[in-house]
Ligand binder design. Structure first.
Ligand SMILES: Nc1ncnc2c1ncn2[C@@H]1O[C@H](COP(=O)(O)OP(=O)(O)OP(=O)(O)O)[C@@H](O)[C@H]1O
Ligand SMILES: [Mg+2]
Length: 305
């Protein structure tokens, strides 16, 4: 759906994209994660032809929209007909209602008059704004505004949705609601690519996560694999206290004594049960056990460091 190869974008003196590679496959919900200034918006704007990168390739669907330092405008126009986009700093007309807003957008996208009413109703129901359809947008909460912007992005029934920080500024309820809508899009067969600088936004909703740091993709994998890989490298740490000293020489883990009957055990995975058995087989008992599993947030911070 999106394939980016060795993309380079330099703003005056800032190398925002430094050889970015990325691939979003059909049907995926792809979380594009990175700290502030990593190059997320630059990537999205380049993908849509809204800014000009210097080098690399961008493919959307089967169209090569950017290569040899230039956009193919015809291909880009064709590709964009099948894309819905929600910008990072989008504005809404505060004095309009959701119905009026979507009517204008539908008009701009050439949705035939006869279909418009039905389409607007479907979209407002989808983003849970049907009951608020005749209220002025100026009175809306941040969550409601974001959901209306998403409805806007869906007006042309796009196959691919590109959302720049759609959940930033939402409270936990707002985030949960937004994730539900994204899941619904996936069920409907759409591909979703969205950026965020907050790990919690991609949890439980993305099947693939790409982490961008300083204009380069650091990893691209499922969150489970990223976590597993990180644990494999960092190790899984268990702290225990036993009733009598234990001889660990025959164990396969890295064990460091922390006191007379206190130990730190580092393994490649969760070995709590094996540790229990090991200790029991030597006639000892575990008095306390503590697991030091890094949180996803820690993993993310480590990657971004
Ligand atoms: N128009 C511009 N002119 C000059 N530098 C820019 C411009 N836009 C972005 N940059 C710089 O390029 C880098 C990448 O910015 P970008 O907006 O793509 O990051 P981002 O990952 O979207 O960050 P955020 O999470 O803050 O939205 C940053 O160093 C930024 O300051
Ligand atoms: Mg941004």
């Amino acid at each position: 759906m999106i394939r980016i190869e060795n993309l380079i974008k330099v703003y005056k003196d800032v190398r925002a994209l430094d050889g970015l590679n990325l691939e979003v496959k059909p049907g995926q919900v792809y979380g594009f994660l990175g700290p502030n200034g990593a190059g997320k918006s630059t990537t999205i704007l380049s993908t849509l032809g809204l800014i000009f990168p210097q080098e690399g390739k961008i493919q959307l669907f089967d169209f090569e929209v950017f290569a040899d330092g230039r956009f193919d405008e015809n291909q880009l126009v064709e590709a964009k007909k099948r894309i819905g986009y929600m910008p990072e700093h989008a504005t809404l007309w505060d004095f309009l209602t959701p119905v009026q807003t979507l009517d204008i957008i539908a008009d701009a996208f050439g949705v035939p008059k006869a279909e418009r009413e039905k389409r607007i109703r479907e979209l407002l129901e989808l983003v849970n704004l049907w009951d608020e359809r005749n209220r002025k947008v100026g009175k809306f909460s941040k969550g409601m505004r974001q959901r209306l912007l998403l409805a806007q992005a869906l007006i042309n029934d796009p196959e691919l949705l590109i959302l720049d920080e759609p959940m930033t500024g939402l409270d936990p309820t707002g985030i949960a609601e937004f994730k539900d809508i994204i899941r619904e899009q996936k069920r409907a067969g759409k591909t979703v690519f969205f950026s965020s600088h907050i790990l919690a936004h991609v949890e439980e909703v993305c099947d693939t996560v790409g982490v961008i740091v300083k204009g380069r993709l650091r990893v691209e994998d499922s969150l489970e694999n990223i976590k597993r890989e990180f644990l494999r490298k960092a190790g899984y740490t268990i702290l225990i206290e036993t009733n009598v000293p234990v001889d660990w020489s025959s164990s396969e883990w890295r064990v460091t004594p922390l006191g007379e009957r206190k130990y730190r055990i580092v393994a490649e995975e969760d070995v709590r049960e094996q540790v229990h058995d090991f200790v029991a087989n030597r006639g000892a008992k575990i008095l306390t056990m503590q697991v030091k599993e890094p949180s996803l947030e820690e993993i993310f911070l480590k990657m971004v460091e």
